[in-house]
Unconditional design. Structure first.
Length: 128
């Protein structure tokens, strides 16, 4: 399904704009040897923010709210926050939570993987 935004004018004319979240990902799908880039995290944050707004949830406050290519490394907290922000949407919709390759991510111990991002993309697409 897609998101529909409806705007009513004083004359009661209706404008509907449809946005599909499923087609918002660069380099989709990410392979095992893919490098996770800033754009991949930013796209996930945007898609999850849209899902949260659509379902009446507040905006999520991200650590490192501004990511800089080549300067902001991928951190465990980035993946953990994406999972938490998306989990709230699943809970609101009374859907089973997504499962992940590494359900527990520990900063400095768990190796960042493209699979972490791809699994989040799949979980977002399942709701889009």
């Amino acid at each position: 399904t897609a998101t529909c935004t409806v705007t009513l004018s004083a004359a009661q004319a209706v404008t509907a704009i449809f946005t599909s979240l499923a087609a918002l990902f660069t380099d989709d799908p990410l392979g095992a040897q893919s490098t996770v880039e800033k754009v991949h995290i930013v796209e996930l944050r945007s898609a999850i923010a849209s899902l949260r707004a659509l379902n009446g949830l507040s905006a999520f406050v991200w650590t490192d709210s501004t990511l800089t290519s080549g300067a902001t490394p991928l951190k465990a907290v980035h993946i953990l926050e994406l999972r938490a922000a998306l989990a709230a949407v699943y809970q609101k919709l009374i859907r089973p939570l997504p499962t992940y390759t590494d359900p527990t991510i520990v900063a400095g111990r768990t190796v960042s993987k493209a699979a972490h991002v791809q699994e989040l993309r799949s979980a977002v697409s399942a709701l889009a």
